[in-house]
Design a binder for this molecule. Structure first.
Ligand SMILES: *Cc1c(COP(=O)(O)O)cnc(C)c1O
Length: 496
């Protein structure tokens, strides 16, 4: 029996996995959710001997049921290869009594690579399966990490083009350098004079532009989206929780069936939702610990049952978690509303109207598997420093938010359950904040000198992603005004 995908906002006809991947978002504005969460068919014993790729197949085949074995295995093989700097793909590292699941060994040294390495292949396969002959045009607005990971994923993938808009003065120097040096004849990177919201709004307008889509159809193009609500990003993220559990078992750290906690530094709620799905598949997870930075909407939500985005937006040292609307939370809301699309749609309407909504007591009761807390900027820096001093292990700012929240959780509960902390970025991606947390004396040095210092201190090689951009030539120099995005896209696609 196949899994179909239905919308969180209406009772519209469910679609196949491949159709959901192609569409990204349901026509009613809802998110696609599986009509059932499949159960893990294999024992931990069986999983413990498997490679990352084999585990990925066993997990993903249960969700993407309209893909053939050959199709799925081809996608997996193309995604999780030597682009990753370790054969383990997502290694575990024990430090100070916790297990750090390193999700940053891909091309752009952050966890978005885990899903964006495979999404292009899933999307092309989905296009073929659905008799789509158009060239797929991925259009993305980015505040830094997603854009680069999507560019790296789609670069030179036949049958696709990718266009990324970023705020010209709103990303870090390393992030900008990473993007403007992107190779690939099908990649286009454009800075806009405006902030991330301007870029995002512009992209949403282009997606909704009927005239443009008709023009594109005529010339054999169609838009698709690589953003984190696509189930083609969510499903690949379930894999590494299963893999981590099986590896802990294989290493004799846990017994079969022993429950573990999972801590996830959270922004859009995608990564932790994947852990929630893994738990619902039968993976023995006890607590899902949701870690926020000073933009602590989710902490307040888990404490009070009220989601309220009406607050000041704080720029932190963990920018990929600077988010006030966690889009993927909608999938959890839908579930705790008893899969009642009407009730969920009503709450989402309140969110877009008044910027807030409250759960019913019955809904709140179902959140007992979650624990939420947050780390301030000072606590985050202190965590990086104290873990380094105690163990020599250097973590990035996002991971440090999670580590700090785990510390708070332990102090509050005395829970001694073995715990996996999702480590979502390499410290080399946020070198400045990391090195300054370790010692103020680094404040004066330039980014590349800092990378050298970090390498020496942590005893780890500078990742190729950083090494490469030191010398890589700039390939993208286009900058436009925010009201020029439409004509820029038309120019790229030759529609004028
Ligand atoms: C995107 C991102 C996160 C947040 O993940 P969500 O799935 O949006 O919750 C955390 N850390 C890093 C480094 C990221 O790039």
């Amino acid at each position: 029996m196949g899994v179909l995908y239905k919308s969180t906002r209406s009772k519209s006809e469910p679609v196949t996995a491949s159709a959901a991947i192609l569409k990204g978002l349901a026509a009613d504005g809802g998110l696609f959710v599986p009509d059932q969460i499949p159960k893990l068919a294999l024992s931990v014993e069986q999983l413990s001997g498997m490679s990352y790729q084999e585990t990925a197949y066993e997990v993903m085949k249960l969700f993407l049921t309209d893909f053939t074995e050959e199709e799925l295995k081809n996608c997996i093989a193309a995604a999780y290869d030597s682009k990753f700097d370790t054969e383990q793909i997502a290694p575990l590292r024990e430090a100070d009594g916790a297990y750090y699941l390193e999700l940053f060994h891909g091309k752009t040294i952050a966890f978005k690579d885990m899903a964006l390495s495979i999404l292009p292949h899933l999307m092309l396969t989905a296009a073929k399966k659905n008799q789509v002959n158009n060239e797929i045009v991925i259009l993305t607005a980015t505040s830094g990490d997603t854009g680069k990971a999507a560019l790296a994923g789609f670069a030179d993938v036949k049958g696709t083009r990718i266009i990324v808009f970023y705020p010209k003065n709103g990303v870090s120097p390393v992030q900008e350098k990473q993007m403007v040096t992107q190779k690939g004849d099908n990649t286009y990177v454009i800075g806009i004079h405006g902030n991330f919201d301007d870029a995002q709004t512009g992209v949403k307008k282009l997606f909704a532009d009927k005239e443009l889509s008709a023009l594109m159809e005529e010339k054999g193009f169609q838009f698709s989206s690589a953003n984190s609500i696509n189930i083609g990003r969510l499903v690949p993220q379930i894999v590494y929780y299963v893999y981590a559990y099986a590896k802990l078992y294989a290493q004799g750290k846990i017994k079969e069936g022993e429950r573990i906690n999972v801590v996830v530094p959270t922004g859009n709620f995608g990564n932790i939702l994947a852990a929630f799905y893994a738990k619902n598949m039968g993976l023995p997870i006890a607590k899902l610990i949701c870690a926020s930075n000073e933009n602590k909407v989710l902490y307040d939500f888990f404490r009070s049952g009220e989601y309220n985005r009406n607050r000041e937006f704080v720029l932190t040292s963990s920018p990929s978690m600077d988010i006030l609307i966690s889009s993927n939370l909608e999938r959890l809301i839908y579930r705790i509303a008893g899969e009642d699309a009407g009730q969920n749609a009503e709450l989402m309407k309140q969110l877009s109207g008044e910027g807030r909504y409250s759960l019913t007591p019955q809904m709140e009761e179902q959140l007992s598997d979650f624990y939420g807390n947050y780390a301030s900027e000072e606590e985050t820096a202190q965590m990086i420093s104290s873990l380094y001093r105690k163990t020599g292990y250097i973590i990035d700012t996002h991971t440090a938010v999670a580590a700090k929240v785990y510390e708070k959780y332990k102090a509050e509960t005395n829970d001694g359950t073995k715990t996996v902390i999702a480590s979502t970025a390499s410290p080399f991606k946020f070198t400045r904040a990391v090195m300054q947390a370790i010692d103020e004396k680094y404040a004066k040095e330039d980014d590349f000198a800092l990378a050298d210092a970090l390498s020496e201190l942590g005893g780890v090689k500078i990742p190729e992603a950083i090494e490469k951009i030191r010398t890589a030539p700039v390939r993208h120099t286009k900058v436009c005004e925010k009201d020029e995005m439409r004509s820029v896209v038309k120019g790229i696609l030759g529609l004028e």
